[in-house]
Unconditional design. Structure first.
Length: 554
């Protein structure tokens, strides 16, 4: 079979053949696809034609037969059973098997293996979903946990140890699923692991015997973050540098003691994440024009508001990239540094040694900056320095935690900043939320009655005219591309407030957020709900998503 493959891939040079042979079995289709500059499914078809094997579909994988073959063997050979009779067992695998694999399968099942091929991702996803993340690492229940943990404490970090492999598998799977956070949560009868994907928590399938490894897994995570594993009564915070492929993740780890053990949360930060354009973030052409007009100003403050995880840092990163040029000195003060921006001087605050936002900002002002980005205005001291920096000729970007854009103005006044300074310094406030994006592959166009449209308009508190001419929405369906969720990725909805002369007087007069909001709407500001409605009409999200993230602001 191998000889047939080699003759078929004659167009590959000797080095490529060597690279293909040296690659792990589960990576060979991907490596071949890259060499041939073809999609993976096409590369798999070439392998199938060369080897004489058929290609199986994911719906042919048989869950009931997973116990026939040891989990470690399924993982090592990357195969899943399809069907079995008295003399044969049919399996799908990622690459034509060697004779050694066939012998082991025969020895294990006492049946002759019959092979087909399957896409590596589909086979891995099936095994992970049904056996749990890291199932192959913890299959051996005779692991001496005390010996492993003690070895790690002494600096003998065995990369092949079961606990090491399991924790690595959990993090790598989170990266594969596009998760931003991992939560390891001890429960009374189980150790629960959940990923936050597209803003929502998703339970992770884990091996049934995971509970017995709870203390060892948590200790392993704490060792990676250089924390004190013997301290289980107090919260601790640490950092982990974790390599995934060519990227190194900066993982922020936090532990808190709970009733059934320490709960561990990991925030995954990939500084090499590709920067998003304004359109990818979700800004409309109108939004982009408004923001560009402010970004061209030589001084002033631009604030982005919203709850944690609403994409504020992503928007600020896009603003910095928009104005970044060799003739501007840009300095940022962040906690943490979530994105690397080429050409920008980025500083990490370190409260434990006295380097807080306000302290860092004072020093940055002596560095002759043109543009300053402060990760968050948390107190009066930082707010006061940022306001005065903008009034002395600097363009300042920052974030606040408020529900809407007008609330950002009153929040600064509540901090103790004089209203006339707020009115003079702040140029724009953008409130934002993130909604899940409909999967473009499987979304469904649905005709809707006029009554449904009117109901949607009422729920979003929009004028009746907003629903004129609307006769359809798009709804989620579910496919392999979006893992049957109906959604894939997220985009923003925005409320953009530009401080006008009419608003200036209200701010100086210490008017309420409600009064400022009414004047801003009269001046043309569109609400978060209106921004969401526009994206509903474009078919990129749903009414349910917009209501989910804006309900508290209605």
């Amino acid at each position: 079979m191998t000889a047939v493959l080699e003759s078929t891939f004659a167009e590959l040079n000797e080095a490529q053949h060597g690279e293909l042979a040296a690659a792990p079995r589960e990576e060979r289709v991907r490596v071949l696809a890259k060499m041939l500059v073809k999609p993976e499914n096409e590369a798999l078809r070439i392998v199938a034609a060369s080897s004489g094997l058929e290609i199986s579909r994911p719906d042919e994988f048989d869950l009931s037969l997973l116990t026939v073959i040891p989990a470690r063997m399924l993982f090592e050979y990357r195969c899943v059973p399809l069907k079995m009779d008295d003399t044969h067992i049919h399996l799908a695998t990622v690459w034509p098997p060697e004779s050694e694999i066939e012998d082991w399968i025969y020895t294990c099942c006492d049946r002759e293996p019959v092979w087909t091929l399957g896409l590596p991702d589909k086979i891995s996803d099936f095994l992970t979903k049904n056996l749990g993340v890291g199932f192959e690492s913890l299959e051996d229940t005779e692991i001496d946990l005390d010996v492993q943990v003690q070895a790690e404490m002494e600096g003998k970090d065995d990369e092949n140890a079961a606990l090491v492999r399991f924790v690595n598998d959990v993090v790598q799977q989170a990266v594969h699923d596009g998760a931003t956070d991992i939560h390891v949560e001890p429960q009374e009868e189980a150790l629960r692991i959940r990923y936050r994907v597209d803003g929502l928590l998703i339970p992770v399938p884990v091996p049934e015997n995971l509970r017995q490894f709870q203390d060892a897994i948590i200790s392993r995570l704490k060792i990676m973050a250089r924390l004190n594993i013997s301290e289980r009564r107090l919260p601790q915070d640490g950092r982990i540098n974790f390599r995934v492929g060519d990227n190194i993740l900066d993982i922020r780890l936090s532990t808190v003691p709970t009733m059934y053990g320490e709960s561990v949360s990991l925030r995954l930060l990939n500084k090499k994440t590709e920067a998003l354009t304004f359109a990818q973030i979700g800004f409309s052409n109108r939004d982009e024009s408004e923001i560009d007009a402010v970004l061209k100003l030589p001084h002033g403050i631009v604030l982005v508001t919203g709850p944690t995880g609403s994409g504020k840092s992503t928007s600020l990163n896009a603003f910095l990239r928009r104005i970044n040029s060799p003739d501007k000195r840009i300095i940022t003060i962040e906690d943490p540094i979530e994105y690397e921006v080429p050409g920008v001087n980025q500083m990490q605050v370190r409260p434990e040694i006295g380097l807080r936002f306000a302290d860092a900002l004072r020093h940055v002002l002596r560095q002759d900056p043109d543009v300053i980005m402060v990760g968050e205005i948390r107190d009066r001291d930082t707010a006061d320095i940022a306001i005065r920096a903008s009034l002395t000729g600097h363009l300042v970007f920052s974030t606040l935690h408020t529900n809407d854009a007008p609330g950002g103005l009153t929040r600064l006044v509540d901090m103790g900043i004089e209203p006339f300074l707020v009115a003079s310094a702040v140029e724009m406030i953008i409130a934002q939320r993130l909604v899940r994006r409909l999967c473009p592959v499987c979304r469904i166009r649905k005709e809707v009655a006029a009554t449904e449209v009117r109901r949607a308009v009422e729920l979003l508190q929009l004028p009746e005219s907003a629903g004129e001419g609307v006769d359809h929405f798009h709804t989620p369906s579910g496919c392999e591309t979006c893992r049957n969720l109906g959604y894939r990725g997220r985009l923003g909805v925005f409320e953009i407030l530009r401080v006008t002369e009419r608003l200036h007087d209200l701010i100086v007069g210490r008017e309420s957020t409600r009064a400022i909001r009414k004047r801003a709407m009269d001046d043309g500001m569109l609400s978060l709900q209106h921004s969401g409605w526009e994206k509903i009409l474009k078919g990129v999200t749903t009414l349910e998503e917009v209501l989910r993230v804006t309900a508290a602001d209605s």
